[in-house]
Design a protein around this ligand. Sequence first.
Ligand SMILES: [Zn+2]
Length: 435
Amino acid sequence: MASDTLLVSGGRVLRPDSDVVEADVLVDREDGRIVEIGPDLATDRDADETLDASGGIVMPGLVNAHTHAAMTLLRGYADDKPLDAWLREDIWPAEAELTAEDVRAGTELGLVEMIRSGTTTFADMYFHVPEVVAAVDEAGMRARVGHGVVTVGKDEEAARADVRESLDVAREYDGAADGRIRTAVMPHSLTTVDEPLLREAVAEAHADGIPVHTHANETRDEVEPIVAERSERPLAYADDVGLLSEADFLAHGVHVDETEIDLLAEREAAVVHCPASNMKLASGIAPVQDLLDAGVTVALGTDGAASNNDLDLFDELRDAAMLGKLGADDASAVPAEAAVTMATRGGAEALSLPGGRVEVGAAADLAVVDFDAPHLAPAHDPVSHLAYAVRGSDVRHTICDGQVLMRDREILTLDEDEVVETARRRAVDLVARAE
Ligand SMILES: [Zn+2]
């Protein structure tokens, strides 16, 4: 028996095959892994720490595979505009005023919100990455982080410096926080980074075994200029610059045609579907069922809080299942089980991070969801509820890498009141400077 153990007892466990079985889960807190799953482990084990999961579902911690966590500071700051105008008129001018302290505060607010709603793992594209790393380390979450590069509108020297920073932070922080933090090089998109620098960044990242994360095929306005200029689809261009390798992951993939879906499947690059952001910015409907049918790994992301406007991945699950049906004109498309898989195992696979499954030997990244609320009665099918009816506020406990981050809805690793108050104050100052 492991020496330092956590027992999650009395719940029902969502297994990787989507079966839900009554079982306890025993975790080795030292190496952060699940060591045993079975009925009544409580009766013959004397665990160092016990979490009561009775009446609840023990599921893999959710994976938010695309966000900009610090954008919580701009939640509700600018709404109801298309992507291009929203970025140029509101978001980029405000972001130009961001300090390192702002990013720390906004990120911590994002982490509090994610832990509260059962997310243990996320991918973050932003600036002031050392602040993001420090926040993730303190919060106890798992993340793949990177510095977002934009070179358009910059002179050669500034553009090169931006690429350099993305490579430098990716090398420096890979493996930080006892290995819970991994990194990626993150060119913002195929249209906001010039081709020679994009090629260089991708080649250097891959030479060091670092994956690349970018926004791709998000809006028609982004796809059309690439097709007009290059006479090829955006993902053919992405493939040509080398960024569709197996470890790479692309946010959005809304406007992808059949040839691009085949290319993604062949290269084994993953897509992070962000349904709420795509709806809010009227970007379009990603062909999620077609991607799944082709064998593409699909994960879910909230995108930043300014285009969502929350970081509750249960919302995203529901949106993905609903929008997938609307997009396919088929009520059987993106069924509940597929949506839950995208939010868990799909995310872990897209980010090449541990977690995403409750099984012996897997990382102990778990969420315990209460099932006693009126909106979850009766519970004919727990997987249906996880996709269609559960809210982030139903999460009772959150565990990452064997450590309890939230117990009985109380966050243990961050001072929630202080985080919220600091973020509120900094957001008001930030907006005043931007205006
Ligand atoms: Zn994004």
